[in-house]
Design a protein around this ligand. Structure first.
Ligand SMILES: Cc1cc2nc3c(=O)[nH]c(=O)nc-3n(C[C@H](O)[C@H](O)[C@H](O)COP(=O)(O)OP(=O)(O)OC[C@H]3O[C@@H](n4cnc5c(N)ncnc54)[C@H](O)[C@@H]3O)c2cc1C
Length: 538
């Protein structure tokens, strides 16, 4: 087969409802204007986003992959003039080391970091053992549904813990700011296991919790088929590094002898953090933020963003991202879930935590988003335990304020801005646990500096998105798990400082913030491990 040369052309602008042919024509024209007039062999849409700033002229902004015959001369100058570059999508080619592992590698955590690490290890003959404190998908869904219906929390298996990790009950947004070529690999693998193929071309890809659950199930089954071993309801409690270099992982289901440990426990494994700190692992507090979930009607957000074109079938559900950095503390929106619902994301008894999720169709009535405020080191005494205790104190305050049965404290935007409470929700009905919220003053749950910063942020967002701070907008608290509060320090070899067979990775270790970046970090850990060790003998 004739090899082609691929070029990635950015900033191809067409009307939002244009067909693919219009995009190809526009791309060809752009290349011609830069002096590359050879006929393209193939086109592929790489990314597509929408620019609605000059409404009603909404534009689709596309990046396009174009294939040319090998004989076509593509000079850097001409490519630069077109806004294009040569495109190579390097496959992931693991190197293999010689050092004996002794036993099979153990991966702790079946979130995106642990799952993608184990996927690579399994496909390359390293037969990983994978453990998670939570349940497989089916049991986990049951535990979450029971919590929703009855308020009985399973602290082992919930929104944070179990197959697929924290993102399983999420919007499954795969956007990341990590500029790593492995991001494309992660998207392709998700698509291979059943995520919609469009995630590989959308600028803001998302899977949706309904599809993501099956995708996770397929990835984990495939890991087993490739020689991996999965253990659920198995919690790592201690790590014993042995004189022969191997490791004994102590779990609540017995000891697991292993050649090394990949630690991918996510940001809610507070007991695991405590165990590592007690063992003297180098852990430092990390910048993080806290706030509330904000809910609007999705139709209002669409109208704010698209004007009269709101609801057009060729436009995606309106999504926004806002920030206000004028004050001492930054306020920003985070994890916006169009057509989604607010999730009860507690993983410990006696704490209320909120987050957000959507189905693939994003067809819920409400749009939700976290609005979070930066927390400074001095707010919690600048220690790793201090920052975790800070989160716990807020979650417990929210639990008490809600009445002690995982009802969440909530307030209308109008009341929050006016410093009063008690106005009942009207147009926007809160979606947390089907509306199990208690009206209160969120200012009594959150520190004053968070409340004041949120007020400033809401008013500033309202200036850019008129209607954002409408009185009937709903706020539900508290959002405390926006990212890991600590970082487990690791060296260049990706092992924990002073522990050369322990590989901390993913969000919990403080090296990722989201599904894609956690998966990428898990891949990095797998590559580092394989580069050093030979596959275990079986
Ligand atoms: C409701 C919700 C919605 C979200 N939405 C999005 C989104 O749309 N897009 C996005 O990019 N991110 C989203 N996130 C964040 C995202 O889920 C995380 O960034 C990502 O899952 C982190 O991956 P991870 O593998 O590092 O850790 P996790 O996914 O947290 O996985 C860690 C796993 O380790 C297990 N574990 C912990 N301790 C132990 C132990 N001691 N022994 C055994 N197992 C253990 C846990 O049970 C868990 O399954 C969301 C999070 C939540 C909670």
């Amino acid at each position: 087969m004739m090899e082609q040369q691929w070029v990635l052309l950015s900033d191809v602008r067409v009307p939002f409802d244009a067909d693919d042919n219009v995009i190809w024509e526009k791309a060809t024209e752009k290349m011609k204007r830069a002096g590359i007039s050879a006929p393209p062999l193939l086109f592929r849409l790489y990314k597509k986003s929408f620019d609605a700033r000059k409404r009603p002229d909404i534009t689709a902004v596309c990046s396009v992959l174009i294939a040319y015959a090998p004989s076509v001369k593509l000079t850097e100058r001409a490519l630069g003039a077109a806004g294009a570059k040569v495109y190579r999508d390097p496959p992931i080619c693991p190197e293999r080391g010689n050092e004996p592992l002794g036993h099979r590698p153990l991966v702790v955590g079946m979130g995106p970091a642990g799952m993608f690490c184990a996927l690579l290890l399994a496909e390359n003959g390293y037969a990983p053992i994978l453990i998670d404190r939570g349940d497989p998908i089916e049991g986990r869904v049951r535990a979450v549904e029971q919590f929703y219906a009855t308020g009985v929390l399973d602290a082992r298996s919930n929104i944070q813990f179990g197959a697929g990790g924290a993102g399983t009950f999420s919007d499954g947004k795969l956007i990341t700011r990590v500029g790593d070529e492995k991001c494309g690999y992660v998207l392709r693998r998700f698509a291979e296991f059943g995520a919609p193929a469009e995630i590989t071309t959308q600028a803001r890809p998302h899977i949706g919790t309904d599809i993501l659950r099956d995708v996770v199930d397929r990835i984990l089954t495939y890991i087993e088929q490739c020689g991996g071993e999965l253990h659920y309801r198995t919690c790592l409690q201690e790590i014993r590094e042995l004189p022969d270099g191997t490791v004994n992982a102590v779990t609540d289901r017995g000891e697991i002898p292993c050649g090394c440990v990949v630690l991918a426990p996510g940001h809610s494994a507070r007991d695991t953090y405590a165990m590592l700190m007690a063992k003297g692992y180098a852990v430092e507090p990390k910048p993080f933020s806290v706030g509330v979930r904000v809910e609007h009607l999705q139709s209002d957000i669409d109208r704010i963003l698209y004007g009269d074109l709101a609801g057009h079938p060729k436009l995606p559900k309106g999504e926004y991202s806002q920030s206000d950095t004028r004050g001492e503390r930054g306020v920003y929106t985070f994890c916006m879930c169009p057509g989604g619902e607010v999730m009860a994301a507690a993983s410990e008894e006696g704490g209320v935590v909120v987050n957000g999720m959507s189905r693939h169709a994003r067809d819920g009535v409400n749009a939700n988003s976290a609005v979070a405020v930066s927390v400074f080191r001095e707010d919690y005494g600048n220690t790793p335990m201090g920052v975790i205790e800070y989160q716990i104190a807020l979650e417990r305050a929210a639990f008490r304020m809600g009445g002690g049965d995982y009802t969440a404290p909530a307030q209308t935007m109008g009341d929050f801005l006016a410093g009063k409470q008690g106005t009942e929700p009207t147009r926007v009905q809160p979606s947390y646990r089907g509306g199990r919220v208690k009206l209160c003053d969120l200012g009594e749950v959150l520190p004053d500096y968070v409340t004041e910063s949120l007020r400033r942020g809401f008013l500033s967002f309202d200036r850019r998105m008129p209607g954002y701070a409408a009185a009937d907008t709903m706020l539900t608290g508290v959002e405390t798990r926006t990212s890991a509060p600590v970082r487990l320090l690791r060296g260049e070899s990706m092992t924990a400082l002073g522990h050369d067979r322990i590989y901390p990775c993913g969000e919990g270790a403080g090296y990722a913030g989201g599904i894609t970046s956690a998966a990428v970090d898990g891949i990095r850990a797998a590559l580092a491990l394989m580069k050093r060790f030979a596959p275990p003998k079986q």
